[in-house]
Design a protein around this ligand. Structure first.
Ligand SMILES: Cc1cc2nc3c(=O)[nH]c(=O)nc-3n(C[C@H](O)[C@H](O)[C@H](O)COP(=O)(O)O)c2cc1C
Length: 308
């Protein structure tokens, strides 16, 4: 089965790859992704300075998903800029995820990282902004200002990773921002923010930061992810490449993302839980899924979701 895909002119050996944050912080983890069957190496979202992140426990898996408040532990963008050339030797695309703790950080990082020549850059608009303000992706004006600042600094295909939206008005608002800013691809979605998982036995929260509030991932967020993929696929009439992220645990989940309009999918929680072997399993399951339904390739079924 042909699982290769092309996004913004870049060819991927497989449409299944890691999501930023999942086993992609250190040089060792990134090399592990290079050696694995992941269709790309996606880096952890990087900040200006290295960060240890939040106090532990900060990630907790549960039946149906995970909750985390990692606090962006990463090596800092200078370290990733140095690692990128060696990581490109694995013969698969390298996607650098650029974050920032304030708006000025993004252009500073984007400029240097672009110089290290990753194959694509993913600007993470769904991470913390100024305390007391919503994340950038929930502020259409701030998003537009930021994308317009980084766009001229980036010469490789540039995408934005967005938080989930829950109202068609917000899909349209962000769709119009993206259409104006020269974005080459979308990654949908980041964690469903600020969930709360409770352990009823000991009557506690399960992660330490933020009083137990954290981003949700895994099976429980799949319908939200699919809805966002579908809404933006329709908004851009199938002309905007989309990476679908959220709830990919089985091959059939990846198939559903493709049907909704994703060109490729990323795996977060399932990769953390299962390790890099997850890609071989998902590949097999997705291939079987496509074959059963008479599709010849992953690209064949993109957007083919039927409405009633
Ligand atoms: C431990 C962990 C760390 C994450 N770190 C990042 C990150 O640095 N940047 C980012 O864009 N998303 C980050 N995410 C979100 C994932 O990339 C993904 O969007 C989300 O978990 C949904 O996918 P899933 O359902 O497969 O987990 C993180 C998720 C987890 C579980």
């Amino acid at each position: 089965m042909d699982l290769t895909v092309t996004i913004a002119g870049v060819k991927f050996p497989s449409c299944l790859m890691n999501a930023s944050g999942a086993l992609c912080v250190t040089a060792e983890e990134l090399t592990g992704l290079g050696r694995s069957r992941s269709g790309a190496i996606v880096t952890k979202s990087m900040t200006v300075e290295p960060r240890e992140g939040n106090p532990e426990p900060r990630y907790h898996p549960f039946a149906g998903g995970s909750i985390n408040s990692m606090g962006l532990p990463n090596l800092g963008y200078r370290a990733y800029a140095e690692l990128i050339p060696a990581l490109k030797q694995f013969g698969k695309p390298l996607i650098a995820s650029v974050a920032g703790l304030c708006e000025d950080d993004f252009p500073a990082i984007a400029k240097v990282i672009n110089g290290a020549a990753p194959d694509l850059i993913e600007v993470n608009l769904s991470c913390p902004n100024i305390p007391g303000k919503p994340q950038i992706g929930y502020d259409a004006e701030a998003s537009e200002r930021l994308i317009k600042r980084v766009r001229p600094l980036i010469t490789v295909p540039m995408g934005v990773k967005l938080p989930p939206y829950f109202d068609p008005a917000h899909h349209e608002l962000m769709g119009s921002v993206i259409a104006r800013c020269g974005v080459d691809f979308l990654n949908l979605i980041n964690s469903v923010g600020n969930g709360l998982f409770v352990n009823p036995d000991n009557e506690t929260v399960v992660i330490k930061p933020k009083g137990g509030f954290g981003g949700l991932g895994g099976t429980i967020i799949k319908p939200v992810a699919l809805a966002n993929v579908r809404a933006f696929y329709k908004y851009f009439k199938g002309r905007m490449p989309i990476i679908g992220t959220g709830g990919v645990v089985q091959g059939v989940d990846a198939f559903e993302h493709l049907l909704c309009g994703a060109s490729a999918v990323q795996v977060g929680t399932a990769l953390v839980e299962e390790g890099v072997q997850v890609f071989a399993r998902l590949e097999k399951e997705l291939a079987a899924c496509l074959e059963q339904r008479g599709y010849k390739s992953a690209e064949d079924c993109r957007g083919k979701l039927k409405e009633l």
